[in-house]
Design a protein around this ligand. Structure first.
Ligand code: NAP
Length: 299
């Protein structure tokens, strides 16, 4: 029987650990953990995400500050806000919700966040620390950090002898995920749109991670019998069977058929998705502990 990896449950245990660590930090040092979320414009999906992050931050016991800027905000105005948050000692984590409106240079803004407050883990300093194995001072991109916790639930911390294949090579997910698997001693292949015979490459994986953005691309015959499958994709597709105009979410893996072959698999929704926000809270707790000179919690 395939094990369905319950991301909601793992995320809840991360949140519990964050709440405890946050309360202990405040009791011992008087430091209240602060997260600032910046949103520019009125993209409804971004507002939904930001709202959820703010609510979760409050639940964790953080001071949660949201800066909502109009769509016509200039690069200079946004840079000035980030600069003031960089200098604000009560703020330990800064998150600029992406995507930004097209006239803004998102990369320049991300790189202007102080690396020790970059709780999204997207600054080149944090990417470099992950690449060189500096887990003591770096912050790791939230979705790969969360996906890695799910891998650990199945295989433990040491992946020696296991082949891992990550499909996708984005800076946001594929590259950091490959680095994390490598740091845990897996033998890692990163596949992408130019990979030849992807199905055969995927079938070599004991741990198969799909982060492509193509609905149900990974079929049962891409999966090695007994493999662990981590599905990062979030794709909304039409679901006429649910009524006219209705839709549903699917991953990058054909879940039902892949479940017949895999030993463990993440569902969509309810797998990697809930881990992203949980790891954002975890990164903020880590950043606050470091700023206060305290040993950060481990996740
Ligand atoms: P991305 O930047 O668009 O990267 C997609 C990657 O997939 C690229 O490396 C691309 O290869 C590769 N690819 C595209 N078509 C392919 C094909 N036919 N065969 C093999 N590889 C192919 O996307 P991303 O930001 O990494 O996100 C990937 C998916 O994860 C999306 O569905 C996104 O919604 C989801 N996601 C979920 C969460 C979460 O919280 N659960 C967070 C982030 C992302 P090239 O580099 O060669 O173009």
């Amino acid at each position: 029987m395939v094990e369905i990896i319950d991301g909601k449950q793992v995320a809840a245990s991360v949140i519990d650990a964050v709440k405890t660590a946050t309360a202990v930090l405040e009791k011992n040092t008087g430091v209240k953990t602060g997260l600032a979320v910046v949103i520019v414009g009125d993209d409804p999906a971004s507002h939904t995400y930001v709202g959820a992050k703010g609510r979760m931050a409050k639940e964790c016991g953080f001071t949660s500050i949201q800066h909502t800027l109009p769509a016509e905000t200039t690069q200079g105005e946004l840079a000035k806000l980030v600069q003031s948050l960089n200098e604000d000692a009560s703020i330990h984590g800064i998150l600029v919700q992406l995507p930004l409106p097209k006239h803004l240079n998102a990369e320049a803004i991300i790189q202007s966040i102080r690396p020790d407050k970059d709780v999204d883990g997207l600054h080149v300093v944090n990417a470099g620390k992950l690449a060189t194995g500096d887990f003591a001072t770096g912050l790791i991109s939230c979705t790969p950090a969360g996906a890695m916790l799910l891998v650990r639930r199945i295989h433990g911390k040491d992946l020696s002898g296991l082949n891992a294949v990550v499909i996708g090579r984005s800076n946001l997910f594929g590259k950091p995920m490959a680095q994390l698997l490598l740091a845990a001693n897996a033998t890692v292949t990163t596949a992408h749109s130019r990979t030849k015979d992807l199905a055969t490459v995927a079938r070599g994986a004991d741990i198969l991670v799909a982060a492509v953005g193509r609905p149900e691309m990974v079929k049962a015959d891409w999966v090695k019998p007994g493999a662990t499958v981590i599905d990062v994709g979030i794709n909304r597709i039409a679901a006429p069977e649910r009524g006219e105009g209705r839709s549903r979410l699917v991953g990058d893996v054909a879940f039902a058929e892949a479940s017949e072959v895999a030993a463990a698999i993440t569902p969509v929704p309810g797998g990697v998705g809930p881990m992203t926000i949980a790891m954002l809270m975890a990164n903020t707790a880590i950043a606050a502990h470091r700023a206060a000179g305290q040993t950060p919690p481990k996740f």
